[in-house]
Each structure stands twice: as C-alpha cells, then as structure tokens.
Write a protein that binds this ligand. Structure first.
Ligand SMILES: Cc1cc2nc3c(=O)[nH]c(=O)nc-3n(C[C@H](O)[C@H](O)[C@H](O)COP(=O)(O)OP(=O)(O)OC[C@H]3O[C@@H](n4cnc5c(N)ncnc54)[C@H](O)[C@@H]3O)c2cc1C
Length: 398
C-alpha cells in the first residue's frame, strides 16, 4: 500500500487526493476537524502516484536562486488588503493577460475553500487573510486543466498548499506562478465554526437571531486593525473575549499539528514569490522614507519567474530592501510557530458545546486582563493604539 505522511506530519495539502484517479483516497476529518486523507484499500491500484505527490514523503527539490526582498504596495488595493495588496498586484496582471487566479474565499456559510476566478470583480472574495485552513478539494486538478489549455494561472496559498500543488504537478509549467504566504499556522474549520456559534450566543439578544454575513480577521478601521463581523445592517469590531479566536490564534493554540514543525517555514521558500507583512520595515538598518501606516507587503522573489512577474507589475510601489531586515521581526519566514502548552485542551474547549467564550477565557487566560492589557484594548477600541505605537517606534528610531 502507498505510504502517506503520518497524522502528525500531514499538512492536509490534498496533493495525494488530487493525484488519485481511482477515487481510492477518502478525505476524513480528525477529532479536531482537520482534513485527513485515508487510502481505501479495496479501490487502490497501488500506482503510488499519491505517495509520489506528497511533499512530506517526497520533499521537493530546493531552489538555488538567491532570494531578494522588496517592500511593496498596490496603489488601488492597499486599503482593502491585509498587508500592502501585493497579492492583488500579481492577480490583476495575470487576469489582464487572460489568466486565472486561485485563492481562498469564504462561501455563504463562512466555510473557506480555494476558488478560481477569471475576472477582476472576483478578486474581492479572495482578498484578505483568513486565519483558518481552506479546503483544496479538487483545485489542483482544475489548475492542471487550465495549464494544459495554455492559460496563465496564479495560485496563492499557505506554503504547504503551494508545495502540494508542485508535488501534484511534478513538472514546472511556464504559465504557472505560485505565491506562498508567510504562515503563522492554520486552525480547523470546525474550531472556527464553533467559535462563531459561541460568538453569536454571546452577542445576540433574546429575540434576535444573529446572522453573520461576513467575518473579517483583519478589518481596517482608520488606524486600527481588528477582527470584525458584519450583519445585514452593521459592522461590529471585536475585542477582548469577543475576539477570543484571534487571541488563541496569536498564542499558537489552535494550529494543525504539522504547523508546529512546518518543513516549509524556511528559505529557500516554496513559491515563486512569498507574500507577508513587512514588519519592522525601516527599523533595522536603512531608513524607509515613506509612511508604513497604510500597510506594506513584503515580497520575496524566489525564482526567475517570480522576478519577471515582479518587474511587470502595474501601479505598484516597489523598493528593494535587505533580506536580513525582513527576517528580524517575521520569525515565521524561517521557522514554525511554537506550540502552546495547552493546545489540545484549548481546542477541546472551543469544540465543547457546553463551554462559552468566557468559560474558555477564564480557564486558559487567553485575553490579557491586566491593567496594561485593558489600556491596550481601549486604545485599540478608540483607534489610538497604532498611532501611539508608530509614534513610539519613531521616537525609538531617532
Ligand atoms: C493563515 C495565515 C497566517 C499568516 N501568518 C502570517 C505571519 O505570521 N506573518 C506574515 O507576515 N504574514 C502572515 N500571513 C500573510 C499575511 O496576512 C497576508 O496574507 C500577506 O501579507 C498577503 O497580503 P496582501 O495584502 O498581499 O494580500 P491579501 O489581499 O490580503 O490576499 C491574501 C491572499 O491570501 C489568500 N489566503 C487568505 N487566507 C488564506 C488561507 N487561510 N489559506 C490559503 N490562502 C489564503 C487569499 O486568497 C489571497 O490570495 C498569514 C496569512 C494566512 C492566511
């Protein structure tokens, strides 16, 4: 029988599932809600394609290209993106050339899945970081079909998903551009859905059912960035216990087991380009002459193909920076997140229907209730936290 990655190591990239044309791989969910492939013995013809495509069992060849780092933003899309809109800059170019862009979008029930778009308007649903593992389903097969038809394709995803796509394709296509995100880790859809249920119970009044149309992990509001929910008639920013999912995310408590020893959190990176927040820009070494408050992307160029794609971008500010500067404050570029000591218990608590968000917070102290933490929360609520932090950083850099 083919040997796939063991449970602790499997990233759920779906390369094996996509490579099997005999329907001999079933996608099951583990207790924590993460997708897990299982080989069905009766249907397996032992061709081993699944094993060969697995980037954990069969690591990809490493690139020899010397990566370059750039600070960048797209003029138009910066304000509606997570960082500086670098993803949109690449996506717009591919779409303008008649190509397809594949990224993660929420469906109406707020389940995240990889989706292909062929029009600029479609980019809206792809933009923005969603801090939950997206379902790949048969996306890789769809991408191969587009490539075989001669279409350009931009694929954006977590590094394991980009590795999965390369493992599945097992050859380089000139018309494929891959963008991997610097990734802190991914929680399961099951934990996210349970959090949403608990949040609704916490926020809804006795007579009103709360219907959340949109959840934004990084809603930009003036100077601030907070998670938010939108209903048909309002948008509400979330703080403290209401934002418990993000508190647990930031504390590395909810990730897939493989995330804590992610083999793709390193240089050379797996995509043609790597996209991230440019944290620490201008604070370490060469000064940065422009304002960073509206969001700046870090783009790492990892291949010649990535390099020519960068050179072709329209309406995009680009400045080359020292790669060391990019590494100092972004540890997930070259290392996995450290597992929270109570990870298993915290995930169980989020999945436990009897527990509400306050119970979980009381038990695991995820929200900082100290005076300092409360001041920070109020400054965030008033939109003052980021300007004060920017002032402080400016003062320190004098
Ligand atoms: C789970 C996760 C963890 C991250 N951790 C870090 C980090 O530790 N440090 C850091 O610097 N940056 C991190 N990022 C990346 C960062 O948040 C931005 O997504 C990135 O800088 C690109 O921003 P942008 O403005 O160019 O594009 P945006 O418009 O924000 O587009 C983001 C792109 O990412 C895709 N995407 C969004 N969510 C997912 C998902 N769950 N799975 C796969 N693809 C997705 C979208 O489809 C889109 O293509 C993370 C992103 C995710 C999704």
């Amino acid at each position: 029988m083919p040997q796939l990655a063991i449970h602790e190591d499997c990233t759920g990239c779906m390369a094996c599932y996509n490579s099997c044309s005999h329907e001999a791989i079933e996608i099951t969910k583990d207790d924590e809600g993460f997708s897990q492939p299982v080989v069905i013995e009766d249907k397996c013809v032992k061709c081993n394609l699944c094993e060969m495509s697995c980037p954990i069992v069969n690591p990809l060849e490493e690139k020899e290209f010397q990566p370059h780092a750039y600070a960048a933003w797209h003029e138009e899309d910066r304000s509606v993106s997570s960082s500086g809109g670098a993803f949109s800059a690449f996506a717009r170019k591919v779409l303008a050339e008649g190509g397809i862009v594949v990224g993660a979008a929420f469906d109406k029930a707020l389940h995240l899945r990889h989706t292909a778009v062929n029009r600029i308007e479609g980019l809206e649903s792809l933009r923005g970081s969603k801090y939950v593992q997206s379902e790949i389903e048969d996306t890789f097969r769809t991408i191969r079909k587009y490539l075989q038809d001669g279409r350009k394709v931009l694929f954006c995803g977590t590094p394991c998903q980009v590795a999965g796509l390369h493992g599945f394709l097992r050859k380089d296509y000139d018309k494929l551009l891959t963008a991997d995100l610097v990734c802190h880790g991914v929680p399961s859809d099951k934990v996210f859905q349970n959090y949403l249920k608990k949040l609704k119970n916490r926020l809804c009044t006795a007579k009103d059912e709360l219907y959340i149309e949109k959840y934004e992990f990084r809603h930009r509001d003036g100077w601030g960035i907070s998670p938010s929910i939108s209903t048909s008639n309002n948008c509400q920013l979330l703080y403290g216990v209401d934002a418990l999912y993000m508190e647990a995310f930031d504390k590395n408590a909810l990730f897939r087991k493989s995330c804590y020893h992610c083999p793709f959190a390193k240089i050379p990176r797996v995509g043609d380009v790597t996209l991230a927040d440019f944290w620490g820009l201008g604070r370490h070494g060469k000064k940065f002459k422009h304002s960073v408050t509206k969001g700046v992307s870090l783009i790492l160029v990892n291949t010649e193909k990535g390099n020519s794609a960068l050179k072709n971008l329209d309406n995009t500010f680009i400045e080359e920076r020292n790669i060391e500067e990019a590494l100092i404050e972004n540890h997930n570029l070259i290392g996995a997140s450290k597992r929270h000591a109570k990870r298993e218990d915290i995930i169980k608590a989020f999945l436990d229907e009897r527990k509400n968000l306050d119970d979980i917070d009381r038990q695991y102290h995820l929200v900082d209730h100290s005076v300092k933490g409360m001041i920070k929360m109020w400054l965030q609520k008033l939109g003052l936290f980021k300007p004060i932090k920017a002032l402080y950083n400016w003062y320190k850099s004098l």
